[in-house]
Design a protein around this ligand. Structure first.
Ligand code: ADP
Ligand code: MG
Length: 352
């Protein structure tokens, strides 16, 4: 029968996309500068995420995949200034319950050997063995949802849509992370491994976009760099201000957007990506504001948008739902008004 642990795990890892997000974010948290994501049969057979990050210390092997074990957060107050992606210690424990799960890790740069860790469904360490490895960690997820038959069938049935979402979200991390070499590949059956895209690390978001979406995209983009300064107000939003900043909020939105009125035949990919401090997130209100302003200049096409909102961590809340990517921007309505004004100014300043 199904255990409570399996059912709860199915709420943390809901689909292929959540597996990929959790593993990539763990690699980012581990300080990786190179992340290689490999799929077999679009993830139905396996998902492997290899990084060159810190690796895992032997004293963490036993607890690694136990529920609520995390190395990332020591006090509750840290939640308000969250810098890492992870903090709940639920992803690996859930993956143990929902797949055949293993980890290969190696701490030292020059050590030729690493350790392979295998886990029981409960998250308990089953055994370790010595294997060849490079510095960093590889997490291997095979047969996702093998013990939740309905979920597995649903995944198989919707694999085309799921796959598009997964590739989309990996493209977002690859574009926004300028210091990281990303590569994504897929192997169908016993066929040849094919590369979907790779970025080089130490390059601009523009160069990342070329690597992910192709060079044609760029010719149609203009640079976004909007500074929204929100003056302090009285009222409820005041509670977010701190002594030091006197309630003033600096919000910067950087990235790229389609040049409006660009003429026929030079369509940009219909993609819109939003980030808060380089975290991919769905921000429907922000998206709406962008699209509204754009529409006044080009009513026939929706824009390519790559927008990273940079703001102080005390100006938004993460962690309001089990899916920690629900982000609440404080004083969002005022921010949106300022955004629309700044965006209009940007478009007005363009020569066509
Ligand atoms: P969380 O990220 O919330 O801490 P996870 O279940 O995702 O919880 O991971 C549990 C722990 O495993 C992390 O706190 C970290 O110590 C370790 N870990 C996971 N992935 C990696 C990785 N790629 N490199 C190094 N350590 C990792
Ligand atoms: Mg994590």
């Amino acid at each position: 029968g199904r255990s409570v642990h399996q059912i709860q795990s199915g709420q943390v890892i809901v689909d292929l996309c959540s597996v990929v997000k959790e593993l990539v974010e763990n690699s980012l948290d581990a300080g990786a500068t190179s992340i290689d994501v490999r799929f077999k049969n679009q993830g139905l057979e396996s998902i492997e995420v290899q990084d060159n990050g810190d690796g895992i210390s032997p004293h963490n092997y036993e607890t690694l995949a136990l529920k609520h074990h995390t190395s990332k957060l020591s006090t509750y107050s840290d939640l308000t200034t969250l810098q890492t992606f992870g903090f709940r210690g639920e992803a690996l424990s859930s993956l143990c319950a929902l797949s055949h799960f293993s980890v290969i890790t190696c701490l030292a740069k020059d050590a030729p050997k690493g350790t392979k860790l295998e886990f029981e469904v409960s998250g308990k360490l089953k055994g370790t063995s010595v294997v060849a490895a490079q510095k960093g960690t590889t997490v291997i997820v095979e047969n996702l949802f093998n013990n939740l038959p309905v979920r597995r069938q649903e995944l198989q049935r919707n694999i085309k849509r799921e796959w598009n979402r997964v590739v989309g979200v990996l493209g977002q991390y690859a574009c926004v992370q300028t210091g990281i070499k990303f590569s994504v590949s897929q192997q169908a059956g016993k066929g040849k491994k094919t590369s979907l895209f790779s970025t080089k690390g130490n390059q601009s978001t523009r160069e990342n976009i070329v690597n992910v979406f192709g060079a044609k995209t760029l010719t149609a983009l203009i640079t976004l760099d909007l500074n929204l300064e929100l003056e302090p107000t009285s009222g409820p939003s005041q509670r977010w201000s701190t002594q030091e900043d006197g309630g003033k909020k600096e919000i910067r939105i950087v990235g790229h957007i389609s040049r409006p009125a660009f003429g026929e035949g030079r369509q940009t990919p219909d993609r819109q990506m939003f980030f808060v401090n380089a975290r991919p997130c769905g921000l429907p209100q922000v998206a709406k504001a962008f699209n509204e302003v754009y529409k006044a200049y080009n009513s026939s096409q929706s824009p390519f948008i790559f927008a990273n909102i940079e703001l102080d961590t005390h100006l938004y809340d993460v962690n309001v739902s089990p899916d920690k990517r629900t982000i609440l921007l404080h004083d969002q309505n005022r921010m949106l008004e300022n955004l629309k004004v700044a965006l209009t100014e940007l478009f007005e300043s363009q020569d066509y």
